[in-house]
Design a protein around this ligand. Sequence first.
Ligand code: G6P
Length: 607
Amino acid sequence: MCGIVGYVGGKTALPILVEGLKRLEYRGYDSAGVAFVDPGGIRVTKSKGRISVLEHQINCSEGATTGIAHTRWATHGAPNDVNAHPHVDAAGRFALVHNGIIENYAALRTYLSNQGVTFATETDTEVLVQLIAHIYDGDIERTVKRALREVRGTYGIAVIAADEPDTVVAARNGSPLLVGIGDGEYIIASDASAILSHTTHVIYLGDNEVVRVSPDSIRTTTLDDIPVTKDIEEIEWSLDQIELGGHEHFMMKEIFEQPDALRDCMRGRIVPEEGSVHLGGITDVARELTRAKRIIMTACGTAWHAALVGEYLFEDLARIPTEVEYASEFRYRNPIIEDGTVVLAISQSGETADTLAALNEAKERGALALGAVNVVGSSIARSTDAGVFLHVGPEIGVASTKAFSGQVAVLAMLACYVGRRRHMSQGGASEFLTALSRIPEQITTILEQDGACKAVAAANISRENWLYLGRGYQYPVALEGALKLKEISYIHAEGLPAAEMKHGPIALITDQMPVVFLATRGTQYDKIISNIEEVRTRGGRVIAIATEGDQQIERLAEWVINVPDTIESLQPLLTVIPLQLIAYHAALLRGCNVDKPRNLAKSVTVE
Ligand code: G6P
């Protein structure tokens, strides 16, 4: 999704801006651009496609020390050079980058056109910079505020003005922005990864806040000009954590990081021998959560699949009625929130617009609003009443892998935490947590089967349609496996509860159809075996994810990937791993860009 970088300070701005853009590449984009102030006015370079294309068009030794830059993911207007950001006013005195959507841009455009302003692009963003130019009163901060008071919509923006060459003004409403604080310099960014090589000290802008930075000063105010005192916070992630570390792709790095990521996620939080869970972020609401009458989990994409696992966990362990809702549906439905309803938003980025809006909707209706979020300081994390961070480190690959595992692990800890306070015995909790604590080492043994996963992908690479089937706890994993495959390899795949196959999808099965079965040992094992037989009878090609030592499966499936044994409720943490690896290899074998799949964004900050 769109990314913003801005710089003001004593250094040459362009290399810092371009480096920042590169670090934002993972979020997904279709064009990029930079603008800086030089004695002649504002200079802008922008181009469709990769940042490397843009880099070739600019002279990074250009001496300007103030500038803004952007990666765009088209919403209004096609992805091309003209519509790329930064946008400038007709006289070229102001440049602006923008994430989000100006909802009333058509009305503003008509108003400005009637005043004689001519437009160069189809974008909502150009309307805003033209408005700023039209009403400029000699003070860019004051003017930006006046302009924003006319705007309806969501935005994170950064603006520069030719007449105020040492200043960047940035503002936020619904789209993340932070300011990195260096020594005599400030870097504005929509995502911490863009500033980490320069500083770990940041302030996070809140909604309706405006910041003005110059080399020697920073000032934050509300849109109505009331000063705001901001805390300087420390970013925990290191640059090493967001670099490739010897892997070819971030996705592969993140798949292989899962044992360590889960150890980090659980560190200090569980004591298996005592059957106890310690989650500092929810201590203050423990009583309310324990007495909850109903839990609604809300999320999008992979996080929604993790939530489905969470639903099973919460009902099994905590015995609280739990529902899972797509955030995009929940926010517009007229949801019933009664006393005792707890809403839990699950999100890697903490910036997904629908999830944030769903959470706020629930809060307004009186629900206790909790979060299970990876990015500290993100919008969702800051909007919740309480929550649990995933602590799995930065996830850069667009296809989510370690965040899924972290989300499931957090939900497992949370369900056990609440379960223990309701009716779970110490012994039961101890058994559950012991199994959970063994998951990281068990994942390591699955990762050793990377070659076997690659062989499955290679043998089926020409097939255009795949099915993924699972029952109970494995049903969400089937959905996640199918999503991984389609996201990055562009092969059509569907995930289903295995029993549903006979209500339609069985008609699709031929010898051209690979069917991935989540067939680990558990309460529904025999039923899954029957489903496998049904597929075999129709010539389908069976790929089984099975429990180590299962000889029956060896006889039934064409390909078998083994996972170690664990309790049924934690099997998703193991069975998802081979599915991630199969998707990764399928995408590579098809020549796809694994980390930057077409049309997808890492963090979807628009509806
Ligand atoms: C996008 C990403 C998915 C992710 C979803 C939710 O669609 O491509 O990988 O699962 O957003 O993201 P979140 O950051 O809220 O977990």
